[in-house]
Design a protein around this ligand. Structure first.
Ligand code: SF4
Length: 326
């Protein structure tokens, strides 16, 4: 399943606001809390949460320093970034950074309030996000079936919330896409899930490889799929799109031998540390989220004098393997 630049499943960088400069994706972890309790969560995010030391000004300064000659694609992540008291502050601070092409966030689409109420992103909050400069988001959805999704998140009603959030975001023009994690419970009807999302006019489903970290390690017998089984599901999703003539695009993180890992079309195979950086809640910079708890991969800390030299010292065009397999 080698992809060429003409392959319609590869997202066209021009349609993503890509300007022709070399691009760099940077993910900033601005929250550790999350109201859901997903069985596979590698961050083990929960309602308590750890302190977040990364603040809006250091995020904007770091983004600015990475800037020149690069088109930046920023994603705010967590935990659930929408529970961060500084979400709007961070996006406002980032708006002054000239080299940013697009700004987005990763969310469950289901906010659980302190009183335990579930809340979707409604029309008004979606408009507020757009005004804050948000262009895109990826919402986690584990099945078209509410029972399966809610079993994974362990929050009844979370599926309905996530669907309402997707609809509200798409309606006001935020480019809402889906993150999907292959699990034992959603493998048998992956085709139906893809078709369902295509009908909702979701432009892309991005497969995130399930890794044996955090909660997933403890739940592995119950939910885990081998790398080979996950790759087979990814192939099946692509086949569904091809055979049914769907317009939804399939991308994947963590399977560079099947599909270039980053969705912006320029970088080949694994782009960890090359066109991708992950900054954790303590400001530590890693080549990719999949190695965010592994000190051996830490490139340095936002704000330290050597960080840019360390980041730029990565001169490769690509890594052959996902860092999870290296
Ligand atoms: S290490 Fe590379 S292939 Fe693996 S998820 Fe990160 S960018 Fe993708």
């Amino acid at each position: 399943m080698e992809h060429s630049s003409e392959d319609p499943r590869v997202i066209d960088p021009a349609s993503q606001g890509y300007t022709g400069a070399r691009h760099l994706e940077v993910h900033f972890e601005i929250a550790s809390q999350c109201g859901l309790d997903c069985r596979h969560c590698s961050s083990e995010s929960g309602s308590e949460g750890e302190p977040v030391r990364l603040d809006a000004e250091s995020i904007a300064r770091f983004a600015e320093s990475l800037g020149s000659g690069l088109g930046l694609y920023i994603s705010l992540t967590g935990g659930e970034p929408l529970t961060s008291g500084q979400f709007l502050q961070v996006s406002q601070a980032l708006r002054r950074v000239g080299s940013i092409c697009r700004m987005g966030f990763f969310t469950s689409g289901c906010i659980v309030t302190e009183a335990g109420m579930r809340r979707a992103i409604d029309h008004t909050s979606a408009l507020r996000l757009r005004e804050a400069g948000i262009d895109f988001c990826y919402i986690s959805l584990y099945s078209h079936l509410g029972a399966v999704h809610d079993w994974v998140t362990r929050v009844p009603g979370s599926h309905e919330c996530s669907l309402r959030s997707i609809a509200a975001l798409l309606e006001i023009g935020i480019d809402a896409r889906v993150h999907f994690v292959p699990l034992q419970q959603n493998q048998s009807d992956v085709g139906e899930t893809i078709s369902f999302l295509d009908q909702m006019r979701v432009p892309e489903v991005r497969f995130l490889r399930l890794v044996k970290h955090g909660r997933a390690r403890r739940q592995w017998q119950l939910i885990g799929l081998s790398r080979h089984e996950q790759a087979a599901l990814l192939r099946e999703a692509v086949r569904t799109v091809d055979e049914s003539g769907l317009s939804i695009e399939i991308s994947a993180a963590g399977f560079p031998e099947l599909m270039d890992c980053r969705p912006l079309g320029q970088g080949r195979l694994c782009q960890a540390g090359i066109s991708l950086l992950y900054v954790d809640r303590d400001g530590r910079v890693f080549p990719c989220a999949c190695k965010k708890r592994d000190e051996r991969f830490c490139l340095g800390i936002v704000g330290e004098s050597e960080i840019l030299r360390k980041v730029r010292s990565v001169r490769r065009e690509h890594n052959l393997k996902c860092l999870q397999d290296a």
